[in-house]
Design a protein around this ligand. Structure first.
Ligand SMILES: C[S@@+](CC[C@H](N)C(=O)[O-])C[C@H]1O[C@@H](n2cnc3c(N)ncnc32)[C@H](O)[C@@H]1O
Length: 353
């Protein structure tokens, strides 16, 4: 398998320019929360020869390929792979004895390896079991979502995560037919959506695209995990450290933006004449809103069409009350989040740092 050409990293140079300045000091640490095939990660290490990288991915196959690539590029002595979901960031760093890091990077969503693996059911263009798990050890699959969720819940998922106008009729059809004909395969789901959405109301592309995307987000708890991870990253960041995120879905970008904005403004009621030192912003914006890919990149790498890249730098120690808020939020979200039964398997591969 030619690892270098499976997945084309999106906005690679922009990401390197945002992350590498935080990694100038010897021993600096960058965490790539979405290691994938190490396209971005290897470029960070090449641009920052004094830095180490901790690469997290919940997909064991991607981790294996990333390790091969790092070995081949002679970077493995500065690389620590971790098999975990990225919302286990705090736990993963504690296990590695790491208190602070200089950069945290996320390139959300699926890698081309996952999209192209026909047996995972991510794609409507190949018939496969309705699985869609990024982590094969978790219990919740797309098939279970379709078999067990209520019509209201399915409607919410298709509407909110897929922005699907026919969310309710699709959910209604799924619930109506599943007693007699449970859905097992991506082709069955594709055909069901095709039956429900009127032909004259279809936009470009496969009409099932939005339903597949919504199911993938739900199965993998993508938005909950993102919202839980950003505060953990802020708590672990050194002053001068950076958080850089690439999102591909409007709800992901909204989550990233609203998290970053909290640290970009004075934390006082409007109109207060003097702002206490402790209430002044703790982030500096690095991207002036969200950066998008230009036409040349989109032409060369269609995955980049929906990217929104945002970055902030921590300009002073995170105020204590934000540490408390962030810590409490992470705990609260943990308690209320849907249990996906992820097989926790945090830890560096033996023999690698
Ligand atoms: C878009 S790919 C990253 C590609 C990578 N930047 C590269 O250049 O090769 C996203 C990766 O993040 C992983 N991922 C997505 N959500 C995750 C999560 N919650 N925890 C850990 N890994 C996750 C996926 O398994 C996938 O391998």
């Amino acid at each position: 398998m030619d690892i270098d050409n499976i997945h084309d990293p999106v906005l690679l140079q922009d990401c390197v320019s945002l992350v590498a300045p935080a990694l100038r000091k010897p021993g600096s640490i960058v965490v790539d929360c979405t290691l994938g095939l190490a396209g971005h990660a290897s470029a960070f290490l090449q641009a920052a020869p004094e830095a180490r990288l901790i690469g997290i991915d919940r997909d064991a196959q991607a981790l294996g390929l990333a390790c091969e690539r790092m070995d081949r590029l002679g970077l493995s002595d500065r690389f620590t792979p971790v098999h975990a979901a990225f919302d286990e960031l705090t736990e993963a760093l504690l296990r590695l004895g790491v208190e602070h890091v200089e950069a945290v990077f996320m390139d959300l969503g699926l890698s081309s390896l996952q999209i192209d693996r026909n047996d995972r059911g991510f794609s409507y263009s190949h018939d496969a079991p309705l699985d869609m798990r990024m982590d094969q050890t978790q219990e919740l699959t797309a098939q279970r979502v379709l078999a067990e969720y209520s019509e209201d819940n399915l409607t919410r998922i298709f509407r909110d995560y897929g922005e699907e106008k026919y969310a309710r009729p699709i959910a209604h059809e799924i619930v109506g037919q599943r007693g007699a004909h449970p859905l097992h395969s991506s082709l069955q789901l594709d055909e069901l959506v095709d039956r429900v959405i009127p032909r004259f109301h279809r936009s470009k592309g496969n009409p099932a695209k939005r339903v597949f995307q919504a199911l993938r987000i739900e199965v993998n708890g993508e938005l909950d995990k993102l919202a839980r991870t950003l505060p953990q990253a802020a708590i672990r960041l050194s002053v001068g450290g950076r958080i850089v995120v690439e999102s591909y879905h409007s709800l992901e970008d909204k989550t990233v933006k609203s998290f970053m904005v909290q640290g970009l403004h004075d934390d006082v009621p409007e109109g207060l004449p003097v702002v206490p030192e402790d209430a002044k912003p703790f982030f500096k914006e690095l991207t002036r809103g969200a950066k998008k890919a230009n036409e040349v990149e989109i032409e060369h790498n269609p995955r980049s069409a929906s990217v929104r890249l945002r970055g902030v730098e921590l300009i002073r120690p995170l105020p204590e009350r934000w540490k408390t808020r962030y810590g409490e939020r992470a705990r609260h979200d943990d308690e209320t989040s849907i249990k996906r039964g992820s097989g926790k398997n945090i830890g560096a591969n033996k023999g690698r740092r």
